[in-house]
Design a protein around this ligand. Structure first.
Ligand SMILES: [Fe+2]
Length: 237
């Protein structure tokens, strides 16, 4: 599948611009350094001016980390998802929410997929981690639930400690104005220290904002914990 850029109309371009500008205003101060760095590296193709052209964004992203966006029709199977990640391809839809959905969205659209996920994939350590994550899921079907939980509580809704406070790490937070505000201002009791074992034993809901968030000491803590877990898996390749 390909992105058909000429399908986007004036309203789509306007929605992209509103979403992008609103998130940037919030993330300037509240996103972790890695997210901001990734966004900065991609800024020529990923910005508030226009909906990104996937071909051009892919050329830049591939040069930076060997990753690219793979257009998918919407939600895909878990197997396909892990397979794409293992090939350094990130699945994204091409549809964008409408103006009346700016405040609430049931299903991830391209703003979530691209703005939320792609900046971090411009960084080598994170890019390598995501490839290994995909391989682990593809080759160890009995681990799928544990891996989905890890993904949910880190890649999507993780926070990370920086400058003595929590910053946004996950794509689900980075791309959501409402939930990022909530996560940053939640009670201390709703913040839990990152633990891979605890996360893998913790279920999650997808139909409402999170009741609690896991906080990494730094991104490396996730990469190290995952590397340790990975060598315990029956199938590593
Ligand atoms: Fe996502």
């Amino acid at each position: 599948m390909k992105q058909n850029y000429s399908n986007y109309n004036k309203e789509d371009q306007e929605v992209w611009s509103i979403l992008f500008s609103r998130q940037i205003a919030q993330l300037e101060e509240h996103a972790c350094t890695d997210f901001r760095l990734g966004l900065h590296r991609l800024r020529s193709e990923l910005n508030a001016d226009a909906i990104p052209d996937f071909d051009r964004l892919n050329t830049l992203l591939y040069k930076l980390s060997g990753w690219s966006i793979e257009v998918v029709p919407g939600l895909i199977s878990v197997n396909d998802f892990f397979m794409l990640l293992s090939q350094r391809k990130f699945p994204s839809s091409t549809w964008l929410r409408k103006k009346d959905q700016i405040h609430y969205l049931e299903e991830p659209d391209m703003f979530h997929d691209v703005f939320g996920h792609i900046p971090m994939l411009a960084l080598k350590e994170y890019a390598d981690f995501m490839e290994q994550f995909g391989k682990a899921g593809m080759n160890n079907p009995e681990q799928v639930t544990s891996l989905q939980r890890l993904y949910w509580f880190t890649v999507e809704f993780g926070l990370v400690q920086e400058d003595g406070r929590q910053k946004i790490f996950g794509a689900g937070l980075a791309s959501s104005f409402g939930e990022s505000s909530e996560a940053l201002h939640c009670d201390k009791g709703d913040l839990r220290p990152f633990s891979l074992e605890t996360i893998m034993a913790t279920g999650f809901f997808t139909d409402r904002h999170q009741d609690f968030y896991f906080v990494l000491k730094e991104a490396q803590q996730l990469f190290d914990a995952f590397a340790e877990y990975r060598i315990t898996l029956p199938c590593l390749t």
